[in-house]
Design a protein around this ligand. Structure first.
Ligand SMILES: [Zn+2]
Length: 381
């Protein structure tokens, strides 16, 4: 054992004495350092030194070498851009690209046809991506925004006991059972503003009526034509249809919303995204097709609710006369014209038939009898 750990005979090899160099002068040291550079770099350095402006004061010390002058790619490769027009056009011609385009186009077709649906009452086929829950949420956001705007403008919402509110609620109570939306959480707001002839119903059952429209809707049937038209926009889910029509913008919006959620940005960006969403849904007037559809559905609804559809024509005539006056706000989003009145007149026989089939005759006859008895003093309340 002790042999294993015995130290080897020392020294194994005799130490080689280092060669002694002659003492170097500072100028020779500098020459050696510069000689590390390649010939081209040396030339470049010389050029850089020569290109120095003449006005500069000559420094007693030589300038330090510039860092980029000594850089060199270790593999001697050239640096090229990753994406060029050539590489893009080459990639576009590959079979893989055609497959991807084919899949995308087929996907778009499948997406479109799988989201087609039929509008209630009118029977029109249309493209709609959004479910009722999404539209109701958009309506809820718009409802809060509307209340905030009204409050900021100092608008006065009339109390329940005001005769204008009583009138609007009376007509709404009769229309709602025939709207197919009896399950909504209906809320009615009548705003005191004689200079604004406007009315709208938001998804989710929030009804806003500005008092300026009431003198134009002289009878309850005429008011039923206004409210029936506005409810019809919700029956036909025109808001969802508009949001679906702006599908390209929606993709950008949803991406922005996802990004905002992912990055954890604050409520400011969410507010911006939300306001853009509302702009699409409620910012622009409905299309002519949607307006006409709302006219038809509203007319059938008011007829089923036992109102006189002929009053709808009278109302639109009055609106036409009021055009250009102070009360034109509703007209700006609801174009009233001769062709619209003509169309409603064409639908009148069908509407009358609905009214007859809705067992209104008995109700109307009873109401007429009651009114006559009241006027003759037979009944005293
Ligand atoms: Zn409308």
């Amino acid at each position: 054992m002790s042999r294993l750990f015995r130290a080897p005979p020392f020294p194994l090899r005799r130490p080689v004495p280092l060669p002694t160099l002659p003492p170097a002068s500072p100028s020779r040291l500098t020459t050696r350092a510069v000689s590390i550079l390649s010939p081209s770099q040396s030339a470049r350095k010389t050029l850089l030194t020569r290109a120095r402006p003449l006005r500069q004061k000559p420094s007693p010390l030589p300038p330090p070498p510039r860092p980029y002058a000594t850089y060199r790619d270790p593999h001697g490769r050239e640096i090229r851009p990753l994406i060029t027009s050539d590489s893009v056009s080459r990639a576009a011609r590959t079979p893989g690209t055609y497959v991807i385009i084919g899949i995308a186009v087929s996907g778009a077709f499948i997406f479109y046809f799988s989201n087609l649906e039929t509008v209630p009452v009118s029977g029109r086929t249309r493209f709609n991506v959004y479910g009722s829950d999404t539209v109701r949420e958009a309506g809820e956001m718009q409802y809060k925004a509307t209340l905030y705007e009204l409050e900021r403008a100092g608008a006065r919402i009339l109390p329940d006991w005001d005769w204008k509110t009583v009138r609007v609620k009376r007509v709404m109570r009769k229309l709602i059972p025939f709207s197919g939306m009896a399950g909504e959480n209906w809320e009615i707001f009548v705003i005191e503003d004689p200079h604004t002839a406007n009315a709208f119903v938001l998804p989710g059952g929030k009804v806003f009526v500005f008092s300026g429209i009431l003198p134009l809707a002289r009878t309850d049937s005429a008011l039923a034509a206004v409210l029936g038209h506005e409810i019809a926009h919700n029956v036909a889910d025109h808001v969802g249809e508009r949001m679906s029509a702006a599908i390209g913008t929606n993709i950008v919006l949803y991406s922005a919303m996802a990004l905002v959620g992912f990055l954890g940005f604050g409520p400011l960006l969410m507010h911006w995204v939300g306001s853009r969403f509302l702009d699409i849904a409620f910012g622009n007037p409905m299309s002519r097709l949607q307006e006409s559809e709302a006219d038809y559905i509203g007319l059938m609804m008011m007829s089923e609710a036992c109102y006189d559809p002929a009053d709808a024509v009278e109302f639109w005539k009055r609106m036409e006369q009021a055009k250009g006056g102070e009360v034109s706000e509703w007209l700006s989003t609801h174009p009233s014209n001769v062709s619209r009145i003509k169309r409603i007149q064409e639908w009148l026989p069908e509407a009358m038939e609905k009214r007859q089939n809705s067992d209104c005759h008995t109700t109307t006859a009873f109401a007429d009898l009651f009114r006559r008895a009241l006027s003759q003093g037979i009944i005293v309340i």
